[in-house]
Each structure stands twice: as structure tokens, then as C-alpha cells.
Design a protein around this ligand. Structure first.
Ligand code: TPP
Ligand code: MG
Length: 317
């Protein structure tokens, strides 16, 4: 497909923002400034950002513990993202849910138990259908989470009822320390869609354009009333399952082979070759993003913690 220079520049800026945010979170964690744990998405940004950019403003998204950057792409203010990361009252979850419960009207967050995403996203898609709304729900999930029963139940009912939900798997090859080959009965997560009569697509998860185009196709499919779609984006997490993980279950060679396919570097080189961006332009954009991130960090670090009075607020019972 042919895209305008402006479109590609915007896509690049979103990808760069995602990388800089993910790297900053890791840096802050190792300085002891992020309470709780960090599951870095460095290396997988093309999947998260590419999927998100294929949505319209009125579409919904559900993230994973590794897709913090997608919240920024989907329009949540960076100040609020850092407030959530630091457990501050002005966060989207009032400082009570850390990174995994960042949410907005259009971001339905994630479920702390792996696999909750499928049922929540399918339920949200059911309500969209009943309310006759033309929006879709994009649900990100990890490869190993497709081994949960909720995946199978949700794909079945979503297909039967033709619900507007897109299941987008970031297949980073691992579930904590287990390689997918040792945990999963199929070679491709996408193969599982066949059992539920759901169209599928496997894409290079380190190519932002490939993920964007597949998700656009899935969005059009769902919005035309044809029901769900399953996309598998093959990618890799550059860091451990969580910060502190020594990665003794895989080799440094395997890691460097994947780092050669860095999604940011690849897209950047392509756009430089095409003359869509220049080195000076990149430096200017990086400086702008760096400032935006630093301002958000100081905003969040100077914000107040939730009080005792907030403890029982926003609880559904
Ligand atoms: C029901 C449930 N079981 C186990 C866990 C612990 N857990 C957190 S992340 C994770 C790995 C998930 O792997 P994958 O879906 O591939 O996502 P990735 O971490 O690779 O992004 C597990 C087992 C959990 N949160 N919920
Ligand atoms: Mg995984």
C-alpha cells in the first residue's frame, strides 16, 4: 500500500515514543523509582503500536502486562501513565493498580489473571453489538495465555455470535521461562482460530506496517458484521519476563539474532532510505519526546499518593 510521508512520520513518532517510554520505565525501575514489577515490552513495540494505530478513536482496546506503551498510542496522557506506574492518586486507576490497570473510557485495561482478557473483550464486543455500535474491541494477549480455557470459550462464542472483537497475539516465544515449543500444542497460535471458524493471519510482529495492515483488515472485517479475527504477530521480548529475570533459559545468541530485527531500527532505516525522514528530524523528535517524558515523570513524582479514604472507592461488589 502507498502511504503519505505524513502518515509514515506519525507512525514512526508513535513507535519511537513507545520505545523511549519502555526504555525509560526499565531505567527508572533499576533506580528504585517504580514500585512493583516491570514486564518490559522493549522489542515488541511494532506489534503494540501497529495494532493500536489501526483503530479509530471510538474503538476499544485491552492491553497486556507487557503493552504499557499501547496506552500512550491509544491517547492516554503520559502524565497519567506515570502516575499509575508510581501508584499516585492522579493515575487512571487512582494509584491502586499500577501499570496493568491503566485504563480510560476506550482502554479497558487488562485482567491480572492471564486469560481474563478474552472474556472481558468478548463481553464488551457483545455489548457493542447489542447497542448497535459500529466500534470494535482489540484484545492483545500473549502466546502462552492462549493455553487458558477462557481463550477457547471466548473464541467459540465470539465466532458463533459474530462479535466485533479482534484477538491480537504478541507471540514473543516465551511464557515466563518456558519456550512456546514446550508449552503449546500447535506451532502457530493462529492455527487455533481454525477450530472456531475464525479467519486468521500470521504477521511479522517486528514490522509495524505488517501489523497495522493486518489489524486494519481485521477491523474492516469486524465492522462489516463478519465477526472476530485472530492475528498472530511473531516477535520477541528483548528483556526478561520481568526486570530481575536472569534469562538462564535462553541463549545470548538467540537474543542477538532477534535484536538484529529491531522493529524501530528497521522502520527507521526504511524511512531514511525513502527520504521520508532525516537524521536531523529524528534528533528533533527524540528531544521533544524526551522532554515530554521527563515532564511527566516529575509531574507524577510530585503528585500525592492515594489516601485511606480511597481504599474502598471504585470497588465493584
Ligand atoms: C491465571 C494466571 N496464571 C499465571 C499467571 C502468572 N503469569 C503472569 S505473566 C505469565 C506468562 C504469560 O505468558 P504470555 O501469555 O506468553 O505473555 P508474555 O509474558 O510473554 O508477554 C504468567 C504465567 C497469571 N498472571 N495468571
Ligand atoms: Mg509470551
Amino acid at each position: 500500500m502507498n502511504y503519505s510521508g505524513g502518515f509514515l512520520q506519525n507512525m514512526y513518532v508513535n513507535l519511537l515514543k513507545a520505545r523511549m517510554l519502555e526504555e525509560k520505565i526499565v531505567e527508572l525501575y533499576h533506580q528504585g523509582r517504580v514500585p512493583g514489577s516491570v514486564h518490559s515490552g522493549v522489542g515488541e513495540e511494532a506489534t503494540f503500536v501497529g495494532g493500536c494505530l489501526a483503530l479509530n478513536e471510538d474503538d476499544y482496546m485491552m492491553t497486556t502486562h507487557r503493552a504499557v506503551c499501547a496506552n500512550w498510542t491509544k491517547g492516554i496522557e503520559i502524565n497519567k501513565i506515570f502516575c499509575d506506574l508510581f501508584g499516585k492518586k492522579e493515575g487512571t486507576n487512582c494509584g491502586k493498580g499500577a501499570a496493568i490497570r491503566i485504563c480510560s473510557e476506550k482502554v479497558l485495561g487488562m485482567s491480572g489473571t492471564q486469560g481474563g482478557v478474552f472474556v472481558i473483550a468478548t463481553g464488551a464486543a457483545l455489548s457493542l453489538k447489542l447497542l448497535n455500535k459500529k466500534s470494535v474491541v482489540l484484545a492483545f494477549f500473549g502466546d502462552n495465555t492462549s493455553n487458558r480455557g477462557t481463550f477457547h470459550e471466548s473464541l467459540n462464542i465470539a465466532s458463533l455470535w459474530k462479535l466485533p472483537v479482534i484477538f491480537l497475539c504478541d507471540n514473543n516465544q516465551y511464557g515466563i521461562s518456558i519456550n512456546i515449543k514446550d508449552s503449546t500444542s500447535v506451532e502457530n497460535i493462529a492455527d487455533r482460530g481454525v477450530a472456531y471458524n475464525i479467519p486468521t493471519k500470521i504477521v511479522d510482529g517486528n514490522s509495524i506496517l505488517a501489523v497495522y495492515e493486518a489489524t486494519k483488515e481485521a477491523v474492516n472485517h469486524a465492522k462489516s458484521g463478519n465477526g472476530p479475527y485472530l492475528i498472530e504477530a511473531k516477535t520477541y521480548r528483548f528483556r526478561g519476563h520481568m526486570e530481575g529475570d536472569q534469562r538462564s533459559y535462553r541463549t545470548r545468541e538467540e537474543e542477538s539474532q532477534w535484536m538484529e530485527k529491531c522493529p524501530l531500527r528497521r522502520f527507521e532505516n526504511k524511512l531514511l532510505e525513502q527520504g521520508v525522514i532525516t537524521d536531523t528530524w529524528i534528533v528533533t523528535e527524540k528531544n521533544k519526546i524526551e522532554k515530554e517524558i521527563e515532564n511527566a515523570i516529575s509531574f507524577a513524582e510530585n503528585s500525592i499518593d492515594p489516601g485511606k479514604e480511597d481504599l474502598f472507592k471504585d470497588i465493584y461488589a
